[in-house]
Design a protein around this ligand. Sequence first.
Ligand code: KG4
Ligand code: ZN
Length: 358
Amino acid sequence: MITHHSSPVTTRLILGIETSCDETSVAVIDGEGRVLSNIIASQVEQHAKYGGVVPEVAARAHLENLPATLERALTHGGVSLDNIDIVAATAGPGLIGALLVGLSAASALAFARGIPLVPVNHLEGHLFSAFLTPDGQPARTVEYPFHGLVVSGGHAELVRVEEDRVVPLARTRDDAPGEAFDKVARRAGLPYPGGPVIDRIAAKSRGGSLALPIGRPGDGSNDFSFSGLKTAMLREFEKRGVSGAPLDPDAIDADLADLFASFQRAIVDALLERVEAIHQTEGIERLALSGGVAANSELRERLTAWGHQRRVSVLLPARALTTDNAAMIAWAGWLRHRREGPRAASPAPARSRWPLGT
Ligand code: KG4
Ligand code: ZN
C-alpha cells in the first residue's frame, strides 16, 4: 500500500520500522500523525505453502526486503534520511530473528544520524492505529482514557488506556482469534491467511445457523478462549467429510458456507460479550478496535451497532491499517516520545514476549 502526501511538512518527521512477523514495513509520518508513506512488503506468499509463518523464512525475507522498502518509504514520503527527526521500531512482541532485523537497522540509522530511537511495543502500535487516517489527514485527537480491543493473529487483548499507563482487562488464554481463523481455514483446505477468506465466505452466505461453543475460563475473569471453538469446528469438518484437500473458496456448498458463517459469528459473539461485560463493570466511553481481525466485516458492523446502542464512540481503524504496518509503529513511538521525552541512548533489546502494560 502506498499513501502519498504532498503538502509541505512543518512538524517533526518520524520514521517507523516494523518487522515483527511476516510484513516488512517502513513508514514516514509527521508530528500531526499524517501518514506520508506506509510501504508494506508482504511475505504472505512465501509462507502460504506452509499454512503459517515460518520464523527462519520471515527473518531472511525481512533482511532481503528492508533496504528497498526503506528506500520506497522515503521516496513516496518525499523526504530523505536527513529530514528524519526520530526513528521508531518494533522491539516486540514477535519473532526474535524478525524483530532483530528491523531493530538493528533502526539502531544503526539513529546512531548514524544522532537522533532518538524509540522502541515500540507492537501491540501498542495496533492500539493507537484507529486514530490514524490512511489519506494524509492529521490523526484524530487521542482522548484518554479510552478502551482498546486488539484482535490479531497473535493476540486478543482488551485494555484501558490511560495517559501514562495501559491496564490489561482481558486476554486470550489460548488461541488468538486470527489464529483460530487461520487454523480452521487451513484444516478445511482454504488458502492462508484464513481470516479474509472466511470473512468473504460468511458475507456471501449470510448464514450462521449453527450454535458453536464460545469458550470462557471458569474463573469469573473476562478472558477469552478460542481453542474450544476450533475443536468444535474440527468435529464439524469430520462429520461433513472435509478432508483438508484444497478447497476453492468460491465453490463451497451452502452447508459448509453456513458453518463458516457460524464460526465467524461465534468469534464476534465472544468479543462483543466481553466488551459488554467490561462496559457494565467500568463504563466504556471510547473503544478503539485494532489488529488484523479488525478488518473483519461482521466485527466492524456489529461493534459499530453496539456502540450506537450503548452510546459508546467506536473507532474503527482504516482497513489498510489493520494488519501489520509501520505507520502505526511510527505513531505509537511518537506519542510515547512526546509523553516521555527522549530516552537514554541505551540499545533497545528485542523481546519475543512483551505483554501490554509492562
Ligand atoms: O495484525 P496482524 O497483521 O498480525 C498479527 O500481529 O498477528 O493480523 C493478521 C491476522 C491473521 O490471522 C488474519 O487471518 C487476520 O488477521 N485477518 C482477518 C481478516 N483480515 C485479516 N480475520 C478475520 N477477518 C478478516 N477480514
Ligand atoms: Zn500485528
